[in-house]
Design a protein around this ligand. Sequence first.
Ligand SMILES: *[C@@H]1O[C@H](CO)[C@@H](O)[C@H](O)[C@H]1NC(C)=O
Ligand SMILES: *[C@@H]1O[C@H](CO)[C@@H](O)[C@H](O)[C@H]1NC(C)=O
Ligand SMILES: *[C@@H]1O[C@H](CO)[C@@H](O)[C@H](O)[C@H]1NC(C)=O
Ligand SMILES: *[C@@H]1O[C@H](CO)[C@@H](O)[C@H](O)[C@H]1NC(C)=O
Ligand SMILES: *[C@@H]1O[C@H](CO)[C@@H](O)[C@H](O)[C@H]1NC(C)=O
Ligand SMILES: *[C@@H]1O[C@H](CO)[C@@H](O)[C@H](O)[C@H]1NC(C)=O
Ligand SMILES: *[C@@H]1O[C@H](CO)[C@@H](O)[C@H](O)[C@H]1NC(C)=O
Ligand SMILES: *[C@@H]1O[C@H](CO)[C@@H](O)[C@H](O)[C@H]1NC(C)=O
Ligand SMILES: *[C@@H]1O[C@H](CO)[C@@H](O)[C@H](O)[C@H]1NC(C)=O
Length: 273
Amino acid sequence: MANSLFSLLVLLSTIYSVTAQQNVTNSIRQRSSLTPTGNSSWLSPSGLFAFGFYPQGNNTYRVGIFIAGLPLNKTVVWTANRDDPPVSSNVTLQLTPDGRLILQHQSQDSTTDVVKLNQSISSASMLDSGNFVLYDSNQRMIWQSFEHPTDAILPGQILSRNQELYSSRSESDHSTGLFKLKMQSDSNLVQHPVDATDTPQHAYWYSGTATIDGVNGVNVTLNLDRDGHLYLLNNSVNILKNLTAGFSESRSLYLMRIDIDGIFRLYSFSLDN
Ligand SMILES: *[C@@H]1O[C@H](CO)[C@@H](O)[C@H](O)[C@H]1NC(C)=O
Ligand SMILES: *[C@@H]1O[C@H](CO)[C@@H](O)[C@H](O)[C@H]1NC(C)=O
Ligand SMILES: *[C@@H]1O[C@H](CO)[C@@H](O)[C@H](O)[C@H]1NC(C)=O
Ligand SMILES: *[C@@H]1O[C@H](CO)[C@@H](O)[C@H](O)[C@H]1NC(C)=O
Ligand SMILES: *[C@@H]1O[C@H](CO)[C@@H](O)[C@H](O)[C@H]1NC(C)=O
Ligand SMILES: *[C@@H]1O[C@H](CO)[C@@H](O)[C@H](O)[C@H]1NC(C)=O
Ligand SMILES: *[C@@H]1O[C@H](CO)[C@@H](O)[C@H](O)[C@H]1NC(C)=O
Ligand SMILES: *[C@@H]1O[C@H](CO)[C@@H](O)[C@H](O)[C@H]1NC(C)=O
Ligand SMILES: *[C@@H]1O[C@H](CO)[C@@H](O)[C@H](O)[C@H]1NC(C)=O
């Protein structure tokens, strides 16, 4: 595992048109609902991203965010409660009249929270950036998926101090897998196996940008721009290290993910068609 731990893979895919099972919605209101086999997702205004059910095999499903245009192996960028068991088709996701986002299990007559909040959710939006956001009754954002990454980040999303990405178990099972990528508070971006301690001898890759841990005023984040420029930024101003220089194709969507083999890769999807 010692070499080529960060690789760049350019994957060109065609984004297909929206399927009939999905409905474009700018604002998702209370009482809106989804089911795995009916209206299964809420689309972003352009139809690029969807929030809703995606299949997990054996007629089971998980709730997450995915690139909606890719038909079979939907490209999942976020998963809710990824280590909970997947659900059967007998389930309804609802933004309830009292402002909770829940899964209602018909066969067991029970509910689970998709996102657990103290505050009441007034509405939700699936944005074209791939960020799923929840609002209170004053239209203030009270939660966003961009602040709770699972195994991937999208342009505009940052991995901030002490945040981690965890690989998935397999291509089809998005529960927590074997590897993680952490933006350490000492400014080093580091990869470890999940079941090892966060010590340097267990790291199998690091960015080499460590500063003295706890030094005041240093706040390094991993950033991805729309052009695929991936870099470590100090205090939102100076670039500590470029991981990629960025690319010139303008009609592409970039996505960085720590894959099941523990390598983090930058993917590019063509937005033509
Ligand atoms: C999408 O939603 C709108 C408004 O809720 C509805 O009028 C329309 O029939 C829906 N379209 C589909 C394809 O479900
Ligand atoms: C999908 O939602 C629309 C309204 O938004 C509704 O008219 C339609 O019947 C729903 N389709 C299914 C399969 O539930
Ligand atoms: C589907 O379920 C069967 C029986 O429980 C199990 O043997 C099989 O491994 C499952 N397949 C997948 C892909 O989860
Ligand atoms: C999706 O599946 C196809 C064929 O099975 C494969 O060629 C392609 O690489 C897969 N895409 C992703 C993003 O995994
Ligand atoms: C769905 O619910 C119905 C009625 O409660 C039940 O008969 C059926 O076995 C359930 N199916 C699954 C897959 O749980
Ligand atoms: C929820 O409210 C309790 C009590 O007011 C507070 O201690 C807790 O931090 C809150 N949790 C979140 C996620 O805001
Ligand atoms: C990070 O930025 C702060 C000022 O915002 C500066 O004092 C510090 O030297 C910078 N650290 C590095 C490693 O660039
Ligand atoms: C670090 O910087 C990010 C933005 O660059 C900001 O969102 C975050 O609040 C900062 N964290 C601290 C502890 O200052
Ligand atoms: C990082 O890349 C940006 C944009 O490509 C460039 O402007 C900058 O000079 C680079 N910085 C370093 C430290 O290499």
